[in-house]
Design a protein around this ligand. Structure first.
Ligand code: NAP
Ligand code: ZN
Ligand code: ZN
Length: 349
């Protein structure tokens, strides 16, 4: 076994604390990574507080935005060598046999993929532990290559915030001539702005924080709509082809947002709030609008996204913190006080 040092929630809703644990010995197709940086996703907060009612396993080492360097490769590994700059995202395995896995859509694995933390390994007994740690052992098929021009600390959040927004933008054919709106300017939202802009769309931010207007423009948004301003929804009815909802709360009047879509337009929720969204179908019925969801992206698409970011020099705006600052950072995530992603310097653990 490999000794690992990390930060864990020992119980739901408790502060995170230093935690020592063990990783499996690498198997023949495994890569061992020295974790350098780990992003803090809002999902980590949902998971450590068990807000989704999964009956999450504790102790839990969160973290699924991992960037590091290959430390060891085992006999049959062909894709990576020692010293490579690599990342690991939200999944570390899947069944590889179902129709979705065979079509490079293992994020939709029919029997359920193995999440990077809080999930059961294929051995049926080991609980996975995530990236708020110094080392991880991952099958080479679930390891991504980070382009040389992207610094590792800034590349980390691409492994979740980047792919979770790239995938629906890509699926719903974002490009020149398309009007895209992004609900919520947080970790995911600010990546959606950068990516949609690089894909050639006209981009509008829909935010409840008026103070983010300057940032939205700096990030590349063409327009900013303050959603608490009176008349803003009526004044922008039938405007967008695609809306990406990244908001972490369910406290939303969805009918107002649906009203912003053109006929046949689509609103995709990637935000995964603790409570259910309340939806009346009328605004969908009346303009044949679509309401959809999307989860992360496949390994193939994640590599494509990383290469796209490398080509266009796209990285998130990050605040680098020390491992001991993680609880302070969680409190700020809860208050939407982050511009726009915390990344933990795991070399300092
Ligand atoms: P984040 O950085 O905390 O950003 C969320 C944004 O939502 C905030 O910046 C804020 O934007 C808005 N917001 C927060 N509380 C709100 C409230 N009470 N009412 C209205 N708006 C509010 O979170 P994130 O890391 O981007 O994650 C966003 C959501 O996506 C989370 O639920 C997360 O679990 C989920 N997620 C899903 C996937 C997937 O695969 N589908 C992957 C990763 C994350 P403004 O200040 O601009 O209003
Ligand atoms: Zn995430
Ligand atoms: Zn599968």
């Amino acid at each position: 076994m490999i000794k690992a040092k990390g930060i864990a929630a020992l119980k739901s809703k408790e502060a995170l604390v230093p935690y020592s644990f063990e990783r499996r010995d690498p198997k023949e197709y495994d890569v061992v990574l020295d974790i350098k940086y780990s992003g803090i996703c809002h999902s980590d907060k949902h998971m450590t507080r068990d807000e989704w009612g999964f009956g999450a396993a504790f102790p839990m080492v969160p973290g699924h935005e991992i960037a590091g360097i290959v430390k060891t490769v085992v006999s049959k590994v062909t894709k990576y060598k020692i010293g490579d700059r690599v990342g690991v995202g939200c999944m570390v395995d899947s069944c590889r046999e179902c129709a979705h896995c065979k079509e490079d859509m293992e994020q939709y694995c029919i029997s359920g993929n193995t999440l990077t933390y809080g999930s059961l390994e294929k051995d049926g007994s080991t609980i996975t532990q995530g990236g708020y740690s110094d080392v991880i052992v991952v099958n080479e098929d679930f390891v991504l290559r980070i382009p040389d021009n992207l610094p590792l600390d800034k590349a980390a959040p691409l492994l979740c915030a980047g792919i979770t927004t790239y995938s629906p933008l890509n699926h719903w054919k974002t490009g020149p001539g398309k009007k895209v709106a992004v609900m919520g300017l947080g970790g995911l939202g600010h990546m959606a702005v950068k990516l949609a802009k690089a894909m050639g769309a006209e981009v509008t931010v829909l935010s409840g924080s008026v103070s983010k207007e300057q940032d939205a423009k700096k990030l590349g948004a063409d327009y900013f709509l303050f959603t608490k301003e009176s008349g803003v929804f009526q004044g922008n009815a039938l405007r967008f082809d695609l809306i990406i909802n990244t908001i972490s709360s369910a406290d939303l009047n969805m009918a107002e947002y649906f009203g912003l879509l053109k006929m046949d337009g689509t609103l995709v929720s990637v935000g995964a709030p603790e409570k259910p969204l309340s939806i009346h179908p009328f605004p969908l019925i009346m303009m044949r609008r679509n309401f959809a969801g999307s989860v992360i992206g496949s390994i193939k698409e994640t590599q494509e996204m990383l290469d796209f970011c490398g080509k266009h020099n796209i990285t998130p705006e990050i605040e680098l913190i020390q491992p001991k600052q993680v609880n302070e950072a969680y409190a700020r995530v809860l208050n939407s006080d982050i511009r726009y992603r915390f990344v933990i310097d795991m070399g300092k653990i």
